[in-house]
Write a protein that binds this ligand. Structure first.
Ligand code: PLP
Length: 495
């Protein structure tokens, strides 16, 4: 049975009138530049109204709509109701602010529509260049393996898998764990993605041993050594230690040099989750706090947090590039490599991670680093750390507030004092601030107490923003606490 051959109707998705498209496109670009330039004058966040939410529940559009009408929907339904991390008073969680150069790079990359799974093409050379720059940042050998990925979650997952291959050999990919009880070590302050990585790697979350922290919120290395010894005696197979450079709760940094020495002595893989902290390697003033990171076997970090590159892009570096490749490479017929032609360029990025098709994330990193320069990004780090120190000092100076943890880098945890229901009160203060649109802090738990948490990550945040946030916390706290508000004795030292 053969289908009748009908005359072709044009099915291209390119515009019939490029000039008209050009005009619409320029209008959108102008709008986006205005949006970025005017970010300070808008609320940080506002909740999406039900009406707008409902309008995003239409059926699959079968017929075309004009670009102008679709863009109008974007402007009405999407643009006003973003999380707000581009705003200078977004201090919640740890999120990057994005940049104008990053915005343009995304457009350029989308135009080329690169697929960086493999093959002989310049975009992959750009990614290799970015990876070499990352090795310089971290003090890794230039021939280390590396890959750009969606974020630190994926980068940590890759670190866990390579460490597993390092311990059991590449046969593990065929044979599985064979009943061996692999054990990994980290602190309770580690990011949740570490437990997820252990889980997804098939090791079972019981394989992740949490070593308590000391008073600086870093892993207690004496306890770590004891636990490893005990686990070995019990028939477990310790294989890796995961240090954190910049914990989510308080920004604390483990003693990386200490962990490196311990791992060397114990023949364990040393991985660092530096999702946030890696960018501090670009700062003359902060770099020393990460001393020891360059001795790691692998590091996971984000460009989309402190380095301000737009979402999403994270990076994994593995000192032993061959082991990295041996963890993921496979060679199906349809991906045969050649020494000439487009199928050359071996090894391909797909040999270093789980993805085959991969976008041109590297361009926005490459353009950001080239345009702004690494020193400028280092100064952003310094600026954020200085803002955190300022806020902490102001908190200590306010009798109604209490600082809840030392400031290691850029995160300040504090609370408004009250005679009763202090956890509820501080949660309510944070929600009220978010809903007011004035500022977005988040909450976390420090030493069992709910804390108001301000993370300084955004390059747009200024001293003036600290004034606004502090005033808003005090006014909201007084209003919500009413008669139960409590002032510290001014002679009492901060906790
Ligand atoms: C943000 C963060 C992660 C997760 O990174 P994603 O880019 O969100 O996947 C992991 N670890 C730490 C310490 C983080 O701050």
């Amino acid at each position: 049975m053969s289908e009748a051959i009908e005359p072709l109707t044009p099915s291209t998705l390119d515009p019939q009138d490029w000039d008209q498209f050009r005009q619409s496109a320029h209008g959108m670009l102008d709008d986006m530049i205005d949006f970025m330039a005017g970010v300070r004058s808008r609320p940080v966040w506002q909740q999406m109204p039900d009406e707008a939410r409902a309008r995003l529940k239409g059926p699959l559009p079968l017929e075309p709509n004009s670009l102008a009408s679709v863009y109008e929907e974007f402007q009405q339904l999407v643009q006003p109701y973003i999380a707000g991390n581009i705003h200078p008073r977004f201090l919640g969680w740890v999120q990057g602010g994005g940049t104008p150069v990053g915005m343009l790079a995304e457009m350029l990359a989308a135009t080329l529509n690169g697929n960086l799974g493999g093959r002989d093409q310049a975009p992959i050379e750009v990614e290799r260049q970015v990876i070499r720059w990352a090795t310089q940042m971290m003090g890794f050998p230039e021939d280390s393996g590396g890959l750009l990925v969606t974020g630190a979650s994926m980068a940590n997952m890759i670190g866990v898998l390579v460490a597993r291959t390092g311990m059991l050999g590449a046969e593990v990919r065929r044979e599985g764990l064979g009943g061996r009880r692999l054990l990994a070590y980290t602190s309770p302050a580690a990011h949740n993605c570490i437990a997820r990585a252990i889980d997804m790697a098939g090791l079972g979350t019981d394989a992740l041993r949490l070593i308590p922290t000391d008073e600086r919120h870093g892993m207690d290395l004496a306890l770590l050594a004891e636990t490893i010894e005990r686990d070995r005696a019990d028939g477990g197979v310790p294989f890796m230690v995961i240090g954190t450079a910049g914990t989510v709760d308080t920004g604390a940094i483990d003693d990386l040099a200490g962990i490196a020495a311990l791992c060397r002595a114990q023949k364990l893989w040393f991985h660092v989750d530096a999702a946030l902290g890696a960018t501090a390697m670009l700062s003359q003033r902060q770099r020393h706090k990460l001393h020891g990171i360059s001795e790691a076997d692998s590091v996971a970090f984000d460009f989309h947090k402190w380095a301000q590159v737009p979402y999403d892009v994270g990076c994994v570096l593995v000192r032993d590039a061959e082991l990295h490749r041996a963890t993921f490479a496979s060679n199906p017929n349809y991906l045969a490599r050649e020494t000439r032609g487009l199928a050359a360029g071996h090894p391909w990025p797909t040999d270093f991670g789980p993805d085959l098709s991969r976008g041109f994330r590297a361009l926005k990193v490459w353009m950001s680093l080239k345009t702004y320069g690494a020193d400028h990004l280092g100064r952003v780090v310094d600026h954020c750390c200085a803002l955190a120190q300022q806020l902490a000092a102001r908190v200590v100076g306010e009798a109604e507030l209490e600082l809840l943890s030392p400031v290691s880098l850029n995160i300040v945890c504090f609370r408004f004092l009250a005679r009763e229901h202090m956890d509820r009160l501080n949660t309510d203060i944070v929600v009220a601030l978010q809903e007011s649109g004035v500022a977005v802090p988040s909450t976390t738990r420090v030493n069992g107490h709910i804390a108001i948490r301000c993370a300084f990550v955004n390059h747009r945040t200024s001293e003036q923003d600290i004034d606004i946030v502090l005033r808003a916390v005090l006014e909201t706290g007084r209003r919500l606490a009413g008669a139960s508000a409590l002032a510290r004795d001014p002679m009492e030292r901060a906790a």
